[in-house]
Each structure stands twice: as C-alpha cells, then as structure tokens.
Design a protein around this ligand. Structure first.
Ligand SMILES: [Zn+2]
Length: 285
C-alpha cells in the first residue's frame, strides 16, 4: 500500500503534465471512487477549473483548483491498495483499470485502480478535509522534541501510534517497521517508556528513511505500486526488516521475525529491538 514516499513520487511525476492545465471534461467509470459525490456534482466542481498546484499531504495527492485566479477547492487522491495516477497524451490505459479520467486542455490524467479501494474526491474546503492530520514527517512541524513529548503523553504501543495519521502523517506499515528497527525500538513498546535519546533516534530514522525512499521513487514490494511512468520503486532493495522474516538481520545476523501487532504484519529483529518488559508473549505469531 503506497505510503508517503510512493505518494510523493506520484505527485512529483504527474505534476509536469497536470499543473497549469485546464479540465475540459471528466469521465467516471466507477462511481464509488468519487467518495459519495454524484457524477453531476463532480463534473460541476471540476470542469472548467485550472489545476493550479499538484502537491502531497499525508498519503493524499492534492490538486488545487482555480477559477479566474481564485482558489476553487481541491481534488484529493488516495491511492489505497492499488490506485495509480498516470498522464497520457493520446494512448489510453487499460479500460477496466480506469476509474476516473480528467480530460485536460493537453493530455489526460487517469486514475487507475485494480482493486477499487482508492478515492478521487473533490473538496470545496480542502483544509477542513485535512485538518485532522498530524504533522508532515519531513516538514518543520515534526521535531524531535515534539515527537518525544507526543510519545510520552500517549500510552500506546509504538507501532499503532506511528500508523495513526493524526499522530504523524504519511507513515504506513513498511516505513514504520523500518524506522523502529533503525531506532532499536520494539513495535509493542509503550510510547510512554521511550527515553528522550531513543525518541531522537526514531525521529532521525523516520526522516532519513523517508528521504532515501523518495530518492528511490518508493518501494514496490508487490506487483501493484508503480510510478506514473510505469516503473517500480527501488527502496525495497534497502529494506532491513520489512518482508524479510526468516532472513538474517543485516545489522546483527539474528533471524528477523514476523509478529502481528494491531492486525498488521510487523517485522522485527529480536536482538536489535528488545522485547519490552510485560509484553514478552503479546503479539507473537
Ligand atoms: Zn538485528
């Protein structure tokens, strides 16, 4: 499932073909993708608008719209499991994957989604729609100090807390497992027990891993995630724990284990990430 680096890559690669373009027409092949709007409502909101900016917030690609030089809402695209954005000039993608298409004054932006969980929604007030989200992990609001105090004030296991988009935005299963391993923290460890020095290590790990994953255009762990240019990401080759259960830890040689934490497959090195006291049986699988 695409996380921050994959969504950032998607936004970066569709931007040149979409930013500044005007929407001439829309085609909707799967109504649920619009998140509750009718085709008529969606068409009225989008056709005739200019895409002023393409960006990312959390795991959303955000397309800000303008009419007559004034802000006119935004499209938020959530790729979920298998969603992809592609820009085409002429040649059309496989029709059964296509869910929404924006015909632009040059080219077409297609939202493809094999499993149909993705969303392509219009918001008149995008700030309100995004208000619940926590800080961007690569932005100025995500500081080591803020993370340390946030961990202390919550009493939750680290893994589900870091997956919570209201705590910090954009992280998912892959990058949380990788960051906890780099920081030497067990996923079941209570956030309140994390010392200041470990919180600083975790903060640095999150930022460094995300930045490197963006440089490599994300991770293609399964067959689904591809960049808008159709290429797989490259960061999966650098995974230390994710998907490596049964293999040797690249740091210490201990066999990587897979646990289930909060219903999510979770990869840990039992030596680099010592089991917290009182949780020695929990989460084993
Ligand atoms: Zn290890």
């Amino acid at each position: 499932m695409p996380e921050l680096p994959e969504v950032e890559t998607t936004a970066n690669l569709v931007r040149p073909g979409v930013e500044g373009r005007r929407v001439r027409a829309v085609e909707v092949d799967w109504l649920r993708t619009l998140g509750g709007a009718t085709v008529e409502e969606f068409t009225r909101a989008v056709v005739g608008a200019r895409v002023a900016r393409v960006g990312r917030r959390a795991k959303y690609v955000r397309l800000d719209l303008e009419r007559g030089g004034h802000a006119a809402g935004a499209l938020l695209v959530h790729l979920r499991m298998t969603g992809r954005l592609v820009v085409t000039q002429g040649r059309e993608p496989t029709p059964e994957w296509r869910k929404v298409s924006l015909r632009l004054d040059r080219g077409t932006l297609h939202f493809l989604d094999v499993r149909k969980f993705g969303r392509f929604t219009f918001h008149a007030d995008p700030e309100a729609a995004l208000a619940h989200l926590g800080p961007e992990p690569l932005g100025p609001d995500f500081t080591a100090e803020g993370l340390a105090s946030g961990l202390r004030s919550r009493r939750r296991a680290l893994k589900p807390l870091l997956l919570d988009q209201e705590f910090v935005a954009g992280l998912g299963n892959i990058y949380v497992d990788e960051a906890l391993h780099r920081a030497g923290l067990h996923p079941l460890r209570s956030s309140a027990s994390v010392r200041r020095s470990s919180a600083e290590r975790l903060h640095a790990a999150i930022q460094d891993i995300l930045a490197r994953a963006i440089e490599r255009e994300g991770s293609s762990f399964d067959t689904f995630y591809r960049t808008p240019e159709g290429k797989p990401g490259e960061y999966q080759h650098l995974f230390q724990v994710y998907g490596r259960d049964g293999q040797a830890c690249r740091t210490c040689g201990t066999t990587i284990r897979k646990l289930v934490v909060g219903q999510r497959g979770t990869h840990v090195c039992p030596r680099c990430q010592p089991v917290p006291r009182g949780a020695s049986r929990a989460g084993r699988s």
